[in-house]
Design a protein around this ligand. Structure first.
Ligand SMILES: [Zn+2]
Length: 133
């Protein structure tokens, strides 16, 4: 379960509405994910992030099949995908693949962000393979 802190609360609030957002620094206007205490681009310690919705298209950068979980509540095996957002290729988003552990994956394969509802008001970004039409 994600534990929203002051910095990331708007991200999780949007996620609970199934909206993916990136944090934009008020000083340099560069996007970051997840929001940190300082801006990774201009190193401002008061980035005063604003959260803007972003398209959920992404491409797989790498992935890991998790066969043993030390956290309860996760069904193993599952696949964790590390993807770059189409709109912001510098940003990486990590989430579970909803297609299951046997899905055929390749680097660069297109995925879309969907949200997994963990509890009322708590949703986390996850990925689903985009199937060619
Ligand atoms: Zn900045």
């Amino acid at each position: 379960m994600p534990v929203p802190d002051e910095q990331s609360a708007p991200f999780w609030k949007a996620a609970s509405d199934h909206v993916l957002t990136v944090a934009k620094c008020s000083k340099c206007d560069q996007a970051t994910l997840p929001p940190d205490l300082t801006c990774p681009h201009c190193h401002s310690t008061a980035p005063d992030f604003r959260f803007v919705p972003v398209e959920g298209g992404a491409r797989i950068r790498t992935w890991a099949v998790i066969r043993r979980s030390f956290l309860s509540g996760f069904k193993v095996p599952f696949v964790l995908v590390d993807a770059e957002l189409d709109a912001y290729p510098d940003l990486r988003l990590i989430g579970q693949l909803l297609d299951g552990a046997d899905a055929k994956l390749s680097i660069g394969a297109p995925v879309v962000v969907e949200f997994e509802d963990l509890a009322p008001g708590i949703s986390v970004p996850a990925f689903r393979l985009k199937v060619a039409a």
